[in-house]
Design a protein around this ligand. Sequence first.
Ligand code: 5GP
Length: 183
Amino acid sequence: MTQGKLIVITGPSGVGKGTLVKELLNLHPELNLSVSATTRSPRPGEVHGVHYYFLSPAEFETMIASNSFLEWAQYTGNYYGTPRAQVETQLQEGQSIIFEIELLGARQVKSNFPDTLGIFILPPTFAELERRLQGRGNDSPTAIQQRLERAQQELQAADEFDYQIVNDDFKQALKLLEKAIFS
Ligand code: 5GP
């Protein structure tokens, strides 16, 4: 059986990691995305079981108590976590798995699985990150402010990861992402 790779893609909210990962999965269907659980409300178009498992805080806390998460973190007032079961099955099958998660969870995956490839996506500038977060129209001004404060801390950890990729030109960033994973 071939050994699957574990690939963590992290970086601040609004940096475009979701869009990069979506395109990466289109180009490389052999990669599997780990579907996370969250207590935040679904955004328009988000589907339970596809984009996230949308749980109540009580449901999430029950899963924490039963050690059902590979990693979890609190992020701007909500829980986010990676359910353990699916990842363990995919690992046993030798499949490669992509985690698109925030910094604290990324560190937990790296410490549980030291061979994990860690990739940090950076914005070209902080002002551009702010512009992107405001432009996507998903979040309230308060939520945007909280995400930007968190981003300040997250950006300082970029060097902890194997690769740092600046998402300025999308196609270029995608190429660098492919190179980091497949070279
Ligand atoms: P959003 O609310 O924008 O979907 O996600 C907020 C942040 O949580 C993003 O940085 C996203 O990558 C991160 N995130 C999504 N799923 C998980 C997860 O399972 N665990 C952790 N630790 N972070 C996650």
